[in-house]
Design a protein around this ligand. Structure first.
Ligand code: AMP
Length: 306
């Protein structure tokens, strides 16, 4: 089913203990749309780039059947640029540079062919833009999921809280859940955040897996123990793309199916971290995805007999 993805499409500079790259395509919209395209052939990307953005990447989106009618290219302007450096544990990082460039004045355009999308994924982006997208849709999608980060909590908390109140699923990491709720315990944090409006909350814990909460239940999935994590950039967005892509493919919004979606999201994220930026997603095959999902099943399956 149709999935509208809004997010940053960007250049990143990344430094990890294993290497450094000065310029690679990144952005929440890039990771989410590439990942969800493995699950549904009806992904529609809404984003903005400058004229410095490579045509080859736009062609890759199109080869993966991602609709780019809503991708604006601003002549004479520069794409969003983000730079980050990972600590030795690879689970935490410092943002070194955030240059909004074209994102600073992003006025999202929703082409007619994007209207009536059943699923909406609001990737990490300013809450004002996330709000504009919802306002510009003729009809509310069946499911709205959003991701955000501490940058927006520090700079636009009021607008962020307003949009959180309108979505069905919020996905954030553990530090962000603590910042948003003011609670250290993730269980207490989840209760508070669910009180802000969303029906479901996903808390990502990097190499320690992910938690899914609703008002009554909680589900936990580990991250796959990998021998080597090369670059975690985009893992959270890739997780979100796998999660919502799986829901859009199956159309089943039960808590049971969301558990499966968490496993698919985690499997996709485990590929993303194997190479710099979204490189690994470009070569990934469906067979590899299925065998990694099986690895997850084997990892957590056990029986107790008395
Ligand atoms: P993740 O590692 O999943 O948190 O995502 C990293 C991606 O988020 C990078 O490719 C960045 O380009 C993008 N990003 C970082 N900061 C922002 C921001 N303030 N707004 C939108 N996208 C961002």
């Amino acid at each position: 089913m149709s999935l509208l993805v809004v997010g940053s499409v960007a250049f990143d500079a990344i430094e990890t203990p294993f290497g450094k790259i000065d310029r690679i395509v990144g952005g929440s919209g890039t990771y989410i749309s590439l990942t969800s395209s493995f699950f549904t052939s009806n992904v529609k990307l809404c984003a903005v780039v400058g004229e410095d953005f490579p045509q080859a990447q736009i062609e890759e989106f199109e080869q993966k059947r991602i609709d780019t009618d809503g991708l604006q290219i601003k002549a004479g302007e520069k794409s969003f640029f983000w730079s980050g450096k990972y600590h030795n544990d690879m689970n935490s990082r410092d943002t070194l540079v955030t240059e909004l460039n074209v994102l600073g004045s992003f006025d999202p355009v929703i082409p007619e062919s994007y209207q009536n999308c059943k699923y909406l994924m609001l990737g990490n982006l300013s809450p004002q833009v996330q709000q504009l997208v919802i306002q510009r849709l003729d009809r509310r999608p069946k499911l709205i999921m959003m991701d955000t980060m501490n940058f927006w909590m520090d700079t636009a908390m009021d607008e962020l809280e307003q949009i959180i109140g309108q979505v069905d699923i919020l996905s954030i990491n553990d530090e962000e859940a603590r910042q948003l709720s003011g609670e250290y315990s993730l269980v207490k944090a989840a209760r508070k955040i669910l009180g802000m409006g969303p029906q479901y909350l996903i808390i990502k814990k990097g190499e320690h897996g992910a938690l899914l909460f609703d008002q009554h239940e909680v589900f936990f999935a580990p991250a796959l123990p990998l021998e080597e994590v090369f670059d975690p950039t985009g893992a959270g967005d890739t997780f979100a793309g796998g999660f919502i892509g799986f829901l859009a493919k199956t159309g089943d919004l039960s808590f049971e199916n969301m558990k499966r979606a968490i496993i698919y999201g985690s499997a996709m994220a485990s590929f993303c971290v194997e190479k710099f930026g979204p490189e690994r997603l470009s070569t990934l095959t469906e067979d590899e995805i299925e065998s990694r999902v099986q690895q997850f099943i084997d990892l957590v399956q056990f029986e107790i007999t008395y």
